[in-house]
Design a protein around this ligand. Structure first.
Ligand code: FAD
Length: 389
């Protein structure tokens, strides 16, 4: 909230947290990225759903825009098992709720297998379905695709103008600010990744960093950088809050050695002592949703976020859509983790996540932490370059 950024104390404090957070070994998240993503299409289209708002208008210039799906022989057997349904009476309610309006803990024994549970923050129905397919994210990296122009602009315009307008300086509603900052931070991160893996020379197929683009789209706007940091801390908080649950979750693809490694790396990520010492509470969700109009406000913001989630089906470039949907689902999962207590959608106060939600959450943390790292690395070098132009 400090308007004197970027060199205020607040910013320096954040920077120190990020530097420490980076030490949680980005590879941990990379490793989890080898997980598989299962995606559903309500419309019966093989991989993608129809845009609910306007006719498809996407155009991709590069071949790199398309997503390669996994052949069926590569689907992990274990994923084909039907997930369990909603938990019933055998679950006991979380006991001893603290006095605070918002509970800062999650039931550490909450994981009871992957379950089909709805997420009120997202539009996608993630339940298992024959129309879903698998995508190996490592073979489809988020990078420059050439997707731009009116189609891309229309999505971002709709996201900002209809669903999370930039708040005015007099706005006091923290919750509305949070939604804007999360989306803006995600937008910064997408732009950073486009610039970090850019087609520099089409004739020789040379890929590399486009520092000018990074500067023009993100670095020269302190608020965009700030929002990236905010989104990173928000998601980091969600992951650490759900640490016990995430530790117990099944990382099972049928490849025992890889699964064990993934579990161990997940533990390193969740219980990193340096991170805990430097940043015990990256974001304090207990400060939100305390006003009188809390239920209506939450419903309104949930609706806005669901609209943003639905808009991802209108992204006219396959790979951008894949990463857009994945990261918005990751944000929706973070929102679910942080804001589901006292929510009518969770009368038993026990949180359950779906496999896809966990994959999206961890991949989002990876994308954001890499962006923060790139901003730190590039910030000074782009300043030099731009100064020289
Ligand atoms: P845009 O990035 O399209 O921005 C539009 C406007 O939004 C700007 O003019 C500015 O007013 C505002 N804005 C920009 N950044 C921020 C911010 N951080 N906070 C607040 N406001 C901001 N392209 C790829 O090459 N690869 C991808 O993987 C990819 N993924 C995408 C995913 C989604 C969900 C969407 C909607 C688009 C994606 N694109 C991708 C396209 C890319 O985001 C840009 O739209 C495109 O490169 C054109 O950029 P632009 O300069 O017109 O500005």
């Amino acid at each position: 909230e400090n308007q004197e950024l970027p060199k205020s104390e607040h910013f320096r404090y954040l920077e120190s947290i990020i530097t420490t957070a980076e030490e949680i070994d980005v590879n941990v998240v990379h490793r989890i990225k080898a997980g598989w993503l299962k995606w559903r299409c309500a419309s019966g289209v093989k991989l993608w759903c129809d845009c609910p708002f306007w006719p498809e208008d996407g155009m991709c210039r590069l071949r790199d825009c398309s997503v390669c799906e996994c052949p069926e022989t590569e689907f992990p057997e274990i994923f084909k098992k039907p997930p369990r349904g909603l938990p019933s009476d055998d679950l006991v309610c979380q006991e001893g709720k603290p006095q605070a309006t918002v509970d800062r803990t999650l039931d550490s024994k909450a994981f009871r297998g992957w379950m089909e549970v709805d997420n009120p923050w997202t539009n996608d129905d993630e339940t298992d379905n024959s129309e879903m397919t698998y995508v190996n994210l490592q073979l489809n990296p988020e990078r420059y695709t050439g997707y731009a122009g009116p189609s891309a602009r229309r999505i971002w315009d709709a996201v900002y103008s209809e669903n999370c307008p930039k708040y005015s300086s007099g706005e006091i509603c923290q919750e509305k600010k949070v939604l804007y900052k999360l989306i803006s931070g995600l937008h910064s991160s997408i732009s950073i990744h486009i610039a970090a893996d850019y087609l520099l020379d089409e004739s020789t197929n040379l890929w590399g960093k486009n520092l000018e683009l990074m500067h023009d789209r993100v670095l020269r706007y302190p608020d965009r950088v700030r929002n990236l940091y905010f989104t990173f801390l928000f998601v980091l908080r969600a992951v650490t809050k759900a640490a016990d649950y995430l530790e117990q979750a099944e990382y099972d693809t049928g490849n025992h050695a890889e699964d064990l490694k993934a579990q161990s790396m997940m533990r390193q990520l969740l219980y990193n002592p340096k991170l805990q010492a430097a940043c015990p509470l990256p974001f304090d969700e207990a400060k939100l949703w305390q006003g009188q109009s809390e239920p209506e406000l939450k419903q309104q913001i949930q609706k806005q976020f669901r609209n943003i989630s639905a808009l991802m089906d209108c992204v006219g470039c396959e790979k951008c859509r894949l990463w857009g949907k994945l990261q918005v689902l990751g944000l929706g999962t973070a929102l679910k983790i942080l804001f589901s207590v006292n929510d009518q959608n969770y009368p038993d106060q026990i949180l359950h996540l779906q496999r896809n939600e966990v994959i999206a959450l961890v991949n989002l943390l990876n994308r954001l932490s890499e962006s923060v790292k790139l901003v730190n690395e590039m910030g000074s070098s782009t300043e030099n370059i731009m100064g020289g132009l």
